[in-house]
Write a protein that binds this ligand. Structure first.
Ligand code: FES
Ligand SMILES: [Fe+2]
Length: 322
């Protein structure tokens, strides 16, 4: 495949996505890799093709002592350098290429096999220092091209359609849109209609959402869109992450952080309950976005323009002029 945005920094995982000593398969820009983490927190990453008869190493297993991956086909064992192990000792040259990773705390970034064209952004790292990590939701592969997936994150009118039903967003006036190269920032307000009792019973976290929610969006093209909302119970930060797996498949997940202070939360268990509900709502948001972009026909030049679509032109320009 023709690589998508070669040289862009991609956030491909959060450390919590790897079970200790279990292989994890990553597909980026048409290439497959195997990653694993040992009990010391060291992360290893190799191309996924076994150099013997091309079996996928990610279907194999990890040796806790040698910190190596064993191929599922004929059980040859390779260390994190890509060297064959015999009786636990590396033999000869590396036979498998490594995938270079940049580990930033719990965040795992890579440029794949391309020369870096932009630095690793520090948005997530800087914004979350004082916050509680709530978890990762919506981790899935969307059957849609990367451009369609990134555009929905910059589309301020899709809330009125795609997310209408849970959050009852009636309008979202945009106060400002600033762009600075690959970074952009938007301030907007969600004006919501009242949820029905049935909706609230189904999703009690709606009780924490006022009818008017001021929020900020911060973007670092192309991997990250931060949605930051101040609610009466505290602050919530959601980082919507995307990377291209293949031309027609895009990986997504959302890193959720919060800082919730409310006298309500003195009630034992209530805070955890609301956090879980918020995570469930975010999962729903990702499902709705994914379904919407996967259902689109091939893109054509729009014959209608809505307000606040300048930012869509901005992201399309960054993509096409890469
Ligand atoms: S294919 Fe991997 S050991 Fe034979
Ligand atoms: Fe959305």
């Amino acid at each position: 495949m023709k690589p998508i945005l070669p040289g862009a920094p991609w956030l491909v995982a959060h450390r919590s996505m790897f079970a200790i000593d279990k292989p994890y398969k990553l597909t980026l820009n048409g290439c497959d890799y195997v990653l694993w983490q040992n009990n010391k927190g060291e992360i290893f990453s190799l191309e996924n093709t076994c150099p013997h008869m091309q079996a996928p190493l990610s279907d194999g297993w990890i040796c806790k002592t040698n910190h190596s991956v064993t191929c599922p086909f004929h059980a040859l064992e390779f260390n994190g350098e890509g060297k064959l192990l015999k009786d636990g000792k590396p033999k000869g040259e590396a036979l498998i290429n490594k995938l270079n990773l940049v580990v930033q705390g719990d965040l795992i970034w890579t440029y794949g096999s391309y020369e870096p064209r932009l630095p690793i952004p520090d948005l997530i790292f800087e914004q979350t220092k004082e916050l509680r990590f709530l978890g990762i939701v919506g981790h899935s592969s969307i059957p849609a091209p990367f451009l369609n997936c990134i555009k929905i994150n910059y589309d301020f009118n899709h809330q009125n359609g795609v997310h209408r039903h849970i959050f009852r967003i009636r309008e979202n006036p945009v106060e400002s849109f600033e762009q600075n190269g690959y970074a952009a920032r938007v301030v907007q307000t969600f004006l919501r209609d009242k949820n029905s009792l049935a909706e609230v019973l189904k999703n009690p976290s709606l009780l924490t959402l006022p009818r008017q929610i001021k929020n900020e969006l911060e973007y670092t093209f192309p991997s990250t869109a931060l949605f930051k909302a101040r609610l009466p119970i505290g602050e919530i930060l959601q980082f919507f992450i995307l990377y291209p797996e293949t031309e027609h498949q895009t990986r997504t997940f959302v890193l959720c952080y919060g800082n919730f202070q409310s006298p309500l939360f003195k009630v034992p268990g209530l805070k955890i309950f609301f956090e879980r509900m918020l995570l469930a709502s975010t999962t729903k948001v990702v499902e709705q976005d994914s379904r919407a972009v996967a259902s689109l026909y091939p893109l054509q030049k729009p014959k209608i323009r809505l307000p606040n679509e300048e930012i869509l032109s901005y992201v399309e320009k960054l993509y096409h002029e890469w």
